[in-house]
Every structure is written in C-alpha cells, then in structure tokens.
Design a protein around this ligand. Sequence first.
Ligand code: GAL
Ligand code: ZN
Length: 691
Amino acid sequence: MTVDRLTRVPGLLYGGDWNPEQWPEQVWAEDVKLMAEAGVNLVTVGVFSWARLQPDSHRRDFGWLDRLLDLLQRHGIAADLATATASPPAWLVRAHPELLPVTADGVRLEFGSRQHYCPSSTAYRAAAVRLTRMLAERYRDHPALALWHIHNEYGDHVQECFCPASAAHFRRWLRERHGTIGELNRSWGTACWSQGYGSFEQIEPPRTAPGPVNPTQLLDWRRFCSDALLALHRAEKAVLDEVSPGVPVTTNFMSMLKALDYWEWSRHEDLVSDDAYPDPADPRAHVNAAMTYDLMRSLKGGRPWLLMEQAPSAVSWRPVNLPKRPGLHRLWSLQALARGADGILHFQWRASSAGAEKFHSAMLPHRGTASRGWQETVRLGAELRRLGELAGSRLHGRTAVLLDWDSWWALELDDHPSARMRWLDLLRPWYAALYERGVTVDFVPPGADLDDYRLVLAPNLYLLDTATADRLTAHVRAGGHLVCGPFSGIADRHDHIHPGGHPGPLRELLGVVVDEHWPIPDGTSTAVTLGGATGAAPGAAPGAGAGDRELRAEHWSEWIETEGAETLARYASGALAGLPAVTRRRYGTGSAWYLSCHLGTGIGRVLDLPLAEAGVGAELPGLPPDVEATRRHAADGTRYLFLLNHGPAERRVPLDAPGTDLLTGTAVATAATLAPLGAAVIRIPAAEERP
Ligand code: GAL
Ligand code: ZN
C-alpha cells in the first residue's frame, strides 16, 4: 500500500511521541486535555514500552494501553501505535544473552541503553514478531488507531553485529548473491594478498584485522547490514499487513543516513516518515534540513511525507545543546511543510522527569503551561489548523540529484587516493548552490526515469554500472543536461576499476579521460579560472582571469585531458596549471559537463552555466537573501507559495501572482513582507497563476 493522504486524520498532522509509561495514569488526563488545547491530532505511543507490555516471559499487561487508546479516542486524538520492539526487555536479554550485539573488536554490548539486539538474532526476531502480532490482533479495530509505527530509528545505535549468528547470516547472504565461492573470490579480488577462500564456511564478517580489510568484502558487508535490518523490518511489516490491512505502516527514518539504503527501504513503507534534528547552533542548519526534506519527499516519488520527530527546542545528546530562539521552531516546522511534509510531530510530548532524555525539550516543558515552549506549542498547533488545506498537495523539482547508497558506501572505503572524498561533503556545496538560487531539486536513484528532469546532477558516481551510464547517456542524447562531479565512473559494482581509463563508462559521454588523480593537501587549495584561459601546457603560468572567474579547488583535483569536450575552466596554479578543470561536451541534443575538482562554495558559479543552458531557474525570481521559496501544487490547480525568511533582517519579496496568506488571512498583491524568521504561505487560486 502506498498512500497519498498520510492517515485517515484530516488536515495536517500535529503531535509527538507520548511516553505515558513514564507517568502515573492521573497525569494522562491532564495530557489529553492539553493535547486538545494545542490542537494535537496524532501521538506516537508505545515506542519504548516492551518491558511494560511483557513484564516477563509469560505475563502480558495490555490493560494500560487499552485505557490509553480509549482515552485518546474519547478526546478525538489518533494514535500512531508503535510495535515497541526497539528496546528488548531485560528478561528476554538474560534468557537469550546471545541476542546482544557484538562489535568488530568482539565486545558484546550490554543491556542498559536501547537497541541492544543483533539484527540476525532469531530469538530477538521471533520475540519482536510475536509482540507485533499481539499488538496488531488486539488493536487493529481500535478506532484511535491511524498509523502503525514499526520499531524506532533502525540503525540509530546498532548498524552492524559481528557475532556468530551474524556471521552465519552474512554467509547465507553471500551465497545468495554470489552463488559459488569461485564467483565470490573473483568479485572480492581475493588474489590480492592471498585472501582466496575455499568455501563459504571460511568467511567471517570484516572484524578488526591487522591491516586494511578487503574492500569488496566491506562493501558487501555494508549491503548486507542494510538488508539484515530491512529483513527485520519486513518481518514486522508482514504481520501488520496480514493482521491489520488498511492501516498504513511506517518506520521513522534518520534523514540522510549512510547505513541504510533508503531507496530500498522506502519500497516497503506505506508512507515515509523522518526524524530531523537540525542544530540551532549551526547557521546553515536550514540548508541541510532542506536537503533531507527533499530526499524524504523524493523517496516516494513526491508523495507527502511525515516529519515524525523534531525537537521543540534543545536536544540532549550533543555536547552543547542550544535551545531554539523564539520563532525558529515555527519557521523550521513550516520549512518541512514547504518541502512536502503533511505533518509535524515531535520528540516528545511531555518532558521526562527521569532517564536519559530528561533534559530534552518537549512540547510540554518541565515548567508546564507557563513556559515559552508551551506557548509556541499552542501557537504552532493553531497555525497548522489554518494550513490544513495543504494536505495532499505536492511539489516537484525540475532538477534531479543522483543519490546511490552503493556508490556512497564504495566511495568511502579506505585506501583511496584521498580520505577527504566523502559523499556528504561533496553533495552539500552542490545542494547549497541550488538552494541559494531558489532551485527546487528532487533526489533520484540510479535506475530512475529521468524524463521529467532537464538537468541531472551527479556530485559523485564513484561506483557506476554500465546500465546507469547508458541511461545517463541516452538522457543527454535526447536533450537532457548532465553535470558530473569528480572521481566518478571509477568502479563497477564489485568495486573493480572500469578498464580503459576513468571515467570508465562515462568517458565517451563526458569526452574526457583522467590521467591521474591529484588530491590537494589539507589546508591548501588550487586556483581554478573559469573561461578565458587557453590551452597552456601543464605547469605553465595561469592564463588571464581574476575576480569573479577565480575559484579555489580544495581536497581534490585531477589531471584530465579532453577527447571531444570543450574546456570551460582550467587549473591556474600548482602542478596542473593550464590543464582543464571543468569541461562540457555537447552530445546528441544535450550536454554533459565534468567537474574534475572539489570546488566547495565556489561551485555555484560553475553550476550557473548548466542551469542557464537547461533553462532551470528559481522557483520565484528576485528572491532576497535568506529567503527560501517553494511551491506546492494541489490537484485542483491551487498553488501554495511558501516564503521563509531564515535571516535576521526584514525582507520584502516580490510576488508573481496575488493571493492570500493563510497564516494571517490577509490578501497579498505584488509583494510580501517577512519579519526576521517570518514566513508566509500564500494560496494562489488556479486562475491567478500567470503563465
Ligand atoms: C531520536 C529517537 C527518540 C529520541 C530522540 C531525541 O533519535 O528516535 O526516541 O531519543 O532522538 O532527540
Ligand atoms: Zn549478531
């Protein structure tokens, strides 16, 4: 099942994790009363209640949850009911000590925190599935139930386990993937360092070893670990689908998490939900948040998603935890809506008085209803009610960013030319440049249909199979534009180097060949000059170029030679001075660009060229600094223009159509004025949209 309207609850969803097992039942009555006052319509319950539901191996205590769900129902609040499996109880752990996870160094992690389980443990899995079934059978028809919440944040604390059960599971997985031990030896390149295996039984997980571990073994391990957790998730999902059909199911993702291939995972979700904790101490936090929200929207092809958790103010798990200054939480909540969310939930409803998270902010802070936090909780709830008609509307980018977990994992393996080539470090400046230009992007997986996108960006494609390369080539031939970042087209899916020179299967499309990778030492940079400079020899003095045309390459450069591409920028200092740095090849009716270096924040000046060529512009032209603009589209043609001012100064934004600001109920004609941290959500009727 894939759903467009997230749950049967009308309008936008508002609420948070409620952990009533931490409180006497008298407090619940006050909780639901205050929830109603704040406009809460959905709460996540039971996430960490396994020990309460099953106090020991033969006792069950569901009475309190019956009363809780009934109470919610009476107050018109829906439940996102958790399967409660993220923290197995002490009695289960002591009965099956082998279910505790083991690190690469052989340390068995103790009970006393959460997520203390081995993903491959049959005892854990059987108990988790049993509990899920009990909950599903008991509550499938409960009128408060609106959404199932499987587990909690897979991969948060434990992403891998090196115990014997995991080793056996890994071997089964390898046998399925490779078929024969001969194939595995070929794939892993075990001829290097005398690593050949005689049988699958000889293989172990990549535990701590004397030196570098076989890279393809590590790559297969990353794939296996994502699959092993997904298998657990699917086991619970299958029970819910069978016992409680028709009720949507989700699990909360963790933004852009390396460990889990969310393209694969999201295929098994009815709806995508995400936990996002942008750091109030980071002045660029909203840019990274926008990026992960765009991914969450993209995971299900643009369908609305749910912000399952965010902190109302400070978190408690950073070394220093800054609160959100007044207005920031509202603005960041609206930002999630601006990028396709249909609900704003929090961790957590009532601030804990004990335990690891007692200093984490909550919708209802320790100080109670007199607190600033509570006032903001009530105000945000009221505003979300005014925005209810947004639910189900969508936004789409015309620019796509390729994201491939396989390539991410392979890129960051050890013993590469430079350890500085990290996917998120490469991606972020590209994304930030588009964000600053007001261009909305979608993320796409390597196998995606690219027809909707005039411009496709690939900040890095270290691992690239020929099928994907062929698809990109066909897209450009048919008039698309592709921009490809450095260290791409290097390896196949076994992490074997493509023969015949980099960028392997993209060599013809890009019209360049890499002679040698040329990492740039930390703390230094290489000059790159846009345009102008002519074909000087390597090592020669830079050509003319100053000011705007001067960029700096950091961490990475490449000695490249063109084979049909034009040179648009050249290195202007260092050993590569005079050689091409940025190229473009016209191919078919489109164009293919190659960036051979990491340009940091200067990347925008290069991306301006393909953006112009592809005719991709800002969602709203003439945006002042610090203002983010996106547009959601309803099925009836109504547009919702979001304007968000992330800066400290008042901003005036020229509009391209008149409408009504839903937050204030006032008409706006030619411009909107935004206070510092202010926002507007402007409804533009279909007829008013200028062509
Ligand atoms: C999330 C987790 C919640 C809570 C929250 C605190 O990672 O899912 O249970 O711990 O962090 O920020
Ligand atoms: Zn294990």
